[in-house]
Design a protein around this ligand. Structure first.
Ligand SMILES: [Zn+2]
Ligand SMILES: [Zn+2]
Length: 233
C-alpha cells in the first residue's frame, strides 16, 4: 500500500517539476511572448497544488489503497506473469471509463451554478502551464481528479504493477494536458483549447467529446471528429 502511494507521489511531483522546468525554459526563451496576464501567480498555483495534493489526494489515496484494492497489491518482477490479454483489456476499459467519468463530471461543473461556485477557479488560467494542473477548487479536485482516478481501477480490478502503471498514466495525463509546450506533445492542444474556449473538449481522450459532438476541430487530440460546420466559439 505504502509503496503504491510513494510511487504515485513521486511520479506526480517528478512529472510536475520536469514539465514545469521545460515550461519555464520555453517561457524565458520566448522572452515572455507567451503572455499570461490573466493567469494566477505561479506561487499561488504551487500552494494550491500542495493543499489539494496533501489534504485530498494523499488521504483519499491511502483509504482507497487500503480498503478498495485487492490486498496485498503484489508486484512481481516478471511482467510476463501479469502481462496478459485480460489485464490489457482491463486497462483499456479503465481508460475509457476514466474518459466517461471525467467528461460527465466536467460537463456538470460547467453548469452555471457550479461553474460560478467552483470550476471558475481552474478556468482563471487561460493558457495552462504544468503547475496549473491542480490549481482547482478543492471540490473540483475531489469530484473530477481524485474520485475517478481512485474508483476506476477498483471497478475494473486492476492489480499489482497495473495499478502503478495506472497512476503513472493518470499523473501524466493531468500534468501533460496542462503543460505549455503545446507543439511538442500530442493531445496538449486538446485541453489548451478547453481553457481557451470553454465549450469544447471536456474529456481526457476525446472519445466522449466525439460521441457528444463537443470535440474541437484540429485540437491535436487523437480523436477529432467534428463536422466542418462546427466552429469554436
Ligand atoms: Zn485544465
Ligand atoms: Zn472546464
Amino acid at each position: 500500500m505504502w509503496s503504491l502511494l510513494v510511487f504515485q507521489q513521486f511520479s506526480f511531483f517528478g512529472l510536475l517539476f520536469v514539465c514545469t522546468a521545460i515550461d519555464l525554459i520555453l517561457f524565458w526563451c520566448s522572452n515572455g511572448a507567451r503572455e499570461r496576464s490573466s493567469c494566477p501567480k505561479f506561487k499561488q498555483m504551487f500552494y494550491r497544488t500542495l493543499q489539494n495534493n496533501f489534504l485530498l489526494s494523499v488521504p483519499l489515496g491511502l483509504m482507497a489503497m487500503y480498503w478498495l484494492y485487492d490486498p496485498p497489491a503484489q508486484v512481481t518482477t516478471d511482467w510476463t506473469d501479469s502481462l496478459n490479454a485480460t489485464m490489457c483489456l482491463r486497462l483499456i476499459a479503465a481508460l475509457v471509463l476514466e474518459d466517461a467519468l471525467f467528461y460527465y463530471v466536467h460537463r456538470l461543473l460547467h453548469h452555471s451554478w457550479l461553474y460560478k461556485k467552483c470550476h471558475y477557479f481552474h478556468h482563471q488560467v487561460i493558457e495552462p502551464i504544468a503547475m496549473s494542473a491542480l490549481y482547482t477548487h478543492p471540490l473540483e479536485h475531489l469530484l473530477l481528479n481524485v474520485s475517478p482516478a481512485l474508483i476506476v481501477p477498483w471497478l475494473v480490478r486492476l492489480t499489482g504493477q497495473w495499478l502503478y502503471l495506472w497512476f503513472f498514466l493518470v499523473n501524466w495525463g493531468s500534468v501533460s494536458s496542462h503543460c505549455g509546450f503545446v507543439q511538442y506533445l500530442p493531445g496538449v492542444q486538446f485541453h489548451d483549447d478547453h481553457h481557451l474556449y470553454r465549450t469544447r473538449n471536456f474529456g481526457v481522450l476525446g472519445l466522449f467529446d466525439w460521441l457528444h459532438g463537443t470535440a474541437s476541430k484540429g485540437s491535436g487530440s487523437g480523436f477529432v471528429f467534428l463536422n466542418d460546420d462546427q466552429k469554436l466559439h
